[in-house]
Ligand binder design. Structure first.
Ligand code: PLP
Length: 379
């Protein structure tokens, strides 16, 4: 007689922020206590310090801390004078914030289909979308995979366009040995808690080598203020706060270690999933991907089943993103058809994000990979 015992389900959360906090609790608690003791809540030394450290980390001359990543994109475009009557090109697969920031300036979003292997903007499609109104290209380093910055910069130079990078998912990524911010005029980051470098609340930043743009963003993000009650222009309130800056300074010291762990987990997933009839992320030799997400791809009909099967085995997954930007209700007025963005459309039906964070263990990765193989075999 066979006795069937239900297997012990190993829980694999998609991201484990509590495990990360536990690993740096003393440093974080100390940093928070110091900011509170100093009452340095808005502006002040903790912001200045983080901005210096993060600019240095990105290989940029200037960093301006902001309230979130969406504002970072919006203010970067504003600093370039982009607004009504202008067009900005961006990738058809991203989080809506990328496109929202363009619209917020008054400019028009023009989507470009993605490369089916990297899910980043397809550089071969960019020139077809350039018009006399185009002012900038906004590539997204999606999932932590650097976009093809060499080609993007060449196209941008040829047509006199600015390059603004959306690196909300790509802190620490490099392309051809150079940090991604070194390839763009301005590069925007988010410190949303789940990002590779995450605050304990919202946060964002723009980095650039251009002193004038940095100053424009700094002034605009602080009510257009140039003196205590001296306002040069009307701006907005979009400042990074002192607590977040102090927390980010602590976490920045660990980021390289965390990134290496993400990369090791990605290699492990790739090894364990070999021959499992699904696509794993491609990483070419000229890029250092930082694996904000580990996105696999399965045939359309199998994704829902696989996601359900993994859930039953305690594995949390996600889809980034289930509806490609041009097909969101928010962009229905642009009247895009199914054939306009075939790669983004197909990807949105096949991609699945597996658990990924620096704290992922070997046992967890094995459990995820074993479960996937079991599903793929059994179907
Ligand atoms: C998170 C994210 C943003 C927006 O950042 P917030 O800090 O949430 O405003 C922008 N673009 C991409 C690709 C993102 O993942």
């Amino acid at each position: 007689m066979r006795i069937t015992v239900s297997p012990i389900v190993l829980e694999v959360p998609f991201v484990d922020l509590t495990a990360q906090y536990a690993s740096i609790k003393e440093e974080i608690d100390g940093a928070i206590a110091r900011v509170i003791a100093d009452c340095a809540f808005v502006g002040g030394p903790y912001i200045e310090r983080f901005e210096r450290e993060f600019a240095n980390f990105c290989g940029a001359n200037y960093c301006v801390g902001l309230a979130n990543g969406t504002d970072a994109l919006f203010l970067a475009l504003k600093a370039l004078g982009i607004g009504h009557g202008d067009e900005v090109l961006t990738a058809a697969n991203s989080f809506i914030a990328t496109a929202e920031a363009i619209t917020l300036t008054g400019a028009r979003v023009v989507f470009v289909d993605v490369d089916p292997h990297t899910y980043n903007i397809d550089v071969a499609q960019i020139e077809k979308k350039i018009s006399e109104r185009t002012r900038a290209v906004l590539p997204v380093h999606l999932y932590g995979q650097p976009a093809n910055m060499d080609a993007i910069r060449r196209i941008a130079r040829k047509h006199g366009l600015f390059v603004v990078g959306d690196a909300a998912q790509a802190h620490g990524a490099t392309f051809q040995g150079k940090r991604i911010a070194e390839w763009a005029d301005l590069t925007c980051f988010s410190f949303y808690p789940g990002k590779n470098l995450g605050a304990y609340g919202d946060g964002g930043a723009v980095v650039t080598d251009n002193a004038e743009w940095a100053e424009t963003i700094r002034v605009f993000a602080n009510h257009g203020r140039v003196g205590k009650y001296d306002h040069k222009v009307e701006g907005v309130n979009s400042r990074l706060d002192g607590l977040q800056a102090a927390i980010l300074s602590v976490k920045l010291r660990h980021l390289e270690d965390w990134t290496e762990r993400r990369r090791a987990s990605a290699r492990r997933y790739t090894q364990l999933l070999e021959g499992a009839d699904l696509h794993v992320p491609v990483e070419t030799d000229d890029r250092r991907a930082v694996y904000h997400l580990f996105v696999v791809r399965v045939a359309n009909k199998r994704r829902a089943g696989l996601q359900e099967f993994l859930k039953e085995r305690g594995v949390q997954t996600g889809i980034h993103y289930p509806i490609a930007l041009p097909y969101l209700q928010a962009y229905r007025h642009l009247q895009h058809g199914d054939r306009d963005f075939p790669h983004a459309l197909e990807a949105s039906q096949q991609i699945l994000s597996l658990p990924m964070c620096a704290e992922l263990t070997e046992d967890q990765i094995r459990h995820v990979a074993d479960s996937i193989r079991e599903f793929m075999k059994g179907e």
